[in-house]
Design a binder for this molecule. Sequence first.
Ligand SMILES: Nc1nc2c(ncn2[C@@H]2O[C@H](COP(=O)(O)OP(=O)(O)OP(=O)(O)O)[C@@H](O)[C@H]2O)c(=O)[nH]1
Ligand SMILES: [Mg+2]
Ligand SMILES: [Zn+2]
Length: 305
Amino acid sequence: MSSKHTSSKKRTQPAAGQVIATYGRQYEIELGDGSLVNCVMRGKKGGIACGDQVGILPTTPGQGVIETVLPRSSLLYRSDAFRQKLIAANVTQLIIVVAAVPSFSEELIDRCLIAAENQHIKVLILLNKADLLEQARAALTTLSFYQSLDYPVLSISATQNIEPLKPYLQGHTSVLSGQSGMGKSTIINALLPDAKRATMEISTALDSGRHTTTHTRLYHLDAQSCIIDSPGLQEFGLHHIDEKELAWGFVEFRPYLWQCRFSNCRHMAEPDCALLLAVQHNKINTRRLAVYHKLMTAAEHQKTW
Ligand SMILES: Nc1nc2c(ncn2[C@@H]2O[C@H](COP(=O)(O)OP(=O)(O)OP(=O)(O)O)[C@@H](O)[C@H]2O)c(=O)[nH]1
Ligand SMILES: [Mg+2]
Ligand SMILES: [Zn+2]
C-alpha cells in the first residue's frame, strides 16, 4: 500500500510550463518541450496571468490542472475596490501603445506608467499609425511631455514598417497595452506574420476603437525575447497601489517628496508642501498634479470601505 502510494506520487510530479494564453478561467500552457496543454486552476486560488511560470499535472491528453504558480518577477494588473484584472506576469517591459487615430487618453498613459514604476518595469511609449501624418504630428507633440520625463517615445507605422521597433524588444518580455484600436494586434502580426491576430477596422466616425482582442497571448520572438498582446483597455484602476507608491509613480515628483514640512505629507493642501510649491513654480505640470489628486481621492475612498 505504502509503496503504491510512493510510486503514484512520483508519477504525478508537476511539469513546469509557462502560461502563454488566458481565456477566462482556462489557460494554455507551454511545456519545456514546446507542447501545449489546456489547463484550469485547481481550486479558487488567486489569479493566473499570461507569462506565469506554473507547475501542472496532466489529466487527459492535452489537458491538465495548474497546481502551483512560481513567484513572479513582476505582475501588471488593474484593480478597483472590488476586483483585480491581471494583465501579465514576469514581463520586463510595458509598451504603452497609442495611435495617431483614434485619440488617446493621457491619464491612461499616466496610470500605465504608475503601474510600471510600481513593478520596476521598463516602459516604451509607442505611437502607432505614423503614416497618418497630420494626426501623428499632433500626437507626438502631446507625447513630447513624456519624453521630457525621460520615457522613450517611438513613432512607427505597423502597417508600413515594423523594423524600428525590433531593437526595443531584444532580450525583453514585453506586453503591449493600451486602448482598443491603437494597433496592438497589428503590431504582433507585423512582427510574426504566422500569429494571424484578428484586427478590426475602427469606427472613425465615433473616434473609438471596438474591442477586437478578447484574450491575452504570449509570442516568442527569439530565444530571449517574447511579446504579449492583450485586449484593449478603457480604464486602468490602481486601487492596489498605496498613497506613497502613487506619488512615487510620478517620476518628476520624486526629487520633492522628502522636502515637505511634514514627513507624512500627502501633497494635497498641506503647508510648505515642496511638491505644491514646485507646481506653483511651473516645475511640475498641473495636469499631472490633478491626476495625482484624483487618484489620491480614489485611494481615500477605498479606505473607507
Ligand atoms: N493607418 C494605419 N492603420 C493601422 C496601423 N496599425 C493598425 N492600424 C489599423 O487600426 C485598426 C485597429 O488595429 P488593431 O490591431 O485591431 O488594434 P488593437 O489595439 O489590437 O485593438 P483591440 O484588440 O480592440 O485592443 C485596424 O483597422 C488596423 O488595420 C498603422 O500603422 N497605420
Ligand atoms: Mg487587438
Ligand atoms: Zn507635500
